[in-house]
Unconditional design. Structure first.
Length: 220
């Protein structure tokens, strides 16, 4: 039997403002059921799920996004797409995440309009200052805080950039990313982060729900 998910209360922007824990996952090809994994992570307290599967074929990406979209709707949480505005549009995603070398925000807005949220990766103070003030940007990320195998070749600006973002006192939501897990999360919180993005801390956990719950608790 198919069910129609209940309407999600709160605008996407309001739910982003309240978000604390953002998960990037691949499509888990050959590593278990994507829907079960997403349900567990969301039940544990993940607020946003991004499909980040570099090099995935478009048809496979859309199929995985349909699975994640259904899970996000079940839990009233946000679905994000990485890099591609056309895929975000086709998938009906809530969020598109763009790096410094990806589509310019204005070009993504021309495709997506104003309702889809757009996030930006920042690796330097100048990029953080720009993203904090740029029209059309809904949130930004600072990182990698620590070097990480999930973003090879990207130098880590470290906790200094987290402190810089915290010092701006911006109302724009921002997240720390890169090397954050249960052992390190207290360091980014001490540096001023209130929101985090993780990959391995949840995707490689034996119990994704418990991992998400513990990370949420560590955020205070
Ligand atoms: C939430 C979030 N933050 C940062 C990134 C990294 O984006 P980018 O620098 O474009 O690198 P890729 O992920 O595209 O390799 C992200 N995807 N999501
Ligand atoms: C996509 C991305 N951008 C900067 S670090 C990173 C990956 C973070 O992965 P992990 O949480 O496993 O260190
Ligand atoms: Mg990118």
């Amino acid at each position: 039997m198919t069910t129609t998910p209940a309407a999600v209360p709160g605008s996407a922007r309001a739910r982003l403002a309240a978000a604390r824990l953002y998960l990037c996952t691949d499509a888990r090809a050959g590593r278990g059921d994507l829907a079960d994994f997403a349900d567990a992570a969301l039940a544990g307290g993940v607020d946003v799920i991004q499909l980040r599967d570099k090099g995935i074929e478009a048809a496979e990406e859309l199929a995985a996004l349909a699975v994640l979209a259904a899970a996000c709707r079940r839990h009233g949480k946000l679905l994000a797409v990485n890099d591609r505005a056309d895929v975000a549009h086709a998938a009906g995603a809530d969020v598109l995440h763009l790096g410094q070398d990806d589509l310019p925000v204005t070009a993504a807005r021309a495709i997506l309009g104003d309702d889809v949220l757009i996030g930006r990766s920042c690796h330097a103070e100048s990029e953080v200052a720009a993203a904090a003030g740029q029209p059309g940007v809904d949130y930004f990320c600072t990182g990698p805080v620590w070097p990480t195998p999930t973003k090879p070749g990207r130098p880590a600006p470290g906790l200094g950039l987290v402190r810089y973002a915290a010092g701006l006192g911006t109302d724009r939501p921002w997240f720390a990313i890169g090397g954050i897990d249960l052992d390190t999360v207290h360091e980014v919180v001490a540096a001023g982060a209130r929101r985090i993005v993780v990959v391995r801390a949840i995707t490689e956990a034996d119990d994704p729900a418990a991992a998400a719950t513990a990370l949420r608790a560590a955020l205070g």
